[in-house]
Design a protein around this ligand. Sequence first.
Ligand SMILES: Cc1cc2nc3c(=O)[nH]c(=O)nc-3n(C[C@H](O)[C@H](O)[C@H](O)COP(=O)(O)OP(=O)(O)OC[C@H]3O[C@@H](n4cnc5c(N)ncnc54)[C@H](O)[C@@H]3O)c2cc1C
Length: 328
Amino acid sequence: MRQHIDEPIAIRRLQQFAVDYEMQNNLQVLDKTVVTKEQKVACVGSGPASLACAAKLAQAGYQVEIFEASSRAGGMLSFGIPAERLAQEIVDFDVKTVADLGVKIHLNTKVGRDISLAELEQNYAAVFIGAGLWGGRKIDLGQGAMSGVVSAMDFLPVVRANGTYNVPEDVVVIGAGDTGMDCASTAKQYGAKNVTILCNEENIPAYHEELEAVQQLGVTVLTNFTQYKFIGADSVNGVIATHANNFTEIKLKADLVIWAIGQQIESPELYANLKVNGNKLVVSGYQTSNQKFFAAGDAANGGSTVVQAVHEGKEAAKAIIEFLVDGE
Ligand SMILES: Cc1cc2nc3c(=O)[nH]c(=O)nc-3n(C[C@H](O)[C@H](O)[C@H](O)COP(=O)(O)OP(=O)(O)OC[C@H]3O[C@@H](n4cnc5c(N)ncnc54)[C@H](O)[C@@H]3O)c2cc1C
């Protein structure tokens, strides 16, 4: 509506202003907490869904522990969204705000590897799953494994974690959503000369401003291309694709091909005892098929946004509190 008067409200900039003001003035935006409850709650993952859930539970007086597989907290905020779009210090500030509420964060602790869901079930009154979607999707083109062909999740988190990546001169990204744009801009930033994004859609799914940003970096985006084939034997050195008109074929040099076609549950076996529907844990009012387990964020909605994950994390905390109070 607003754009008919002057221009749309710049929500992202307003949020950025609020966070900057909070950081610069060292404001305490979340009330200090006192542990008043005996029950302990475990949160799997430290992305926005878990952080929001943990903060709400801690504020309600519960003892909360987060188990995070990575060496740094923040989930996709720390490992997916490029730092130029979301500065690490902002993420670290938010994580610290939650930790200051008394929430214990165990880094480098992967549930399913370092501690089992069964142990969490036994030792905690409730378990929140905010593990997101950390499995990268690749399409099997029937050409066998080739080095140089990776998924966005093999690429973006590795670049963020190591601060470096051996990016070759020629890169092809398959998929033109926001993740595809992030892969392309990151590849450019880390040394690629020629980056081409291929997608099978006629209309590019990424936000217009993300598309404009990569185009300004000199990335080429080609729509309506399908029937991908890789050139190479043990390692990839090119991509062939055919236009939807079934006539135009292109051949692109590429020593790195990045599939950016969405994420999936990383370790489905972790949820063997819970109901899963495709890419989502089945939840009803944030409670999974096991009443002690709750879930929200990407792991339960199939992949959405940070704001949605935060909202769901808070709502899940309310559902957990109701469950714990009922069980007292
Ligand atoms: C490249 C990219 C760019 C994006 N850009 C934007 C954007 O600009 N704006 C926006 O709103 N959204 C964006 N999104 C989407 C957004 O990041 C997600 O919707 C949001 O982060 C989901 O939050 P979450 O807490 O559910 O999961 P995540 O942020 O994915 O966090 C899950 C956490 O769980 C941990 N974990 C996973 N498995 C385990 C385990 N077994 N044990 C312990 N820990 C585990 C992971 O290490 C991770 O820290 C982007 C996503 C990607 C991939």
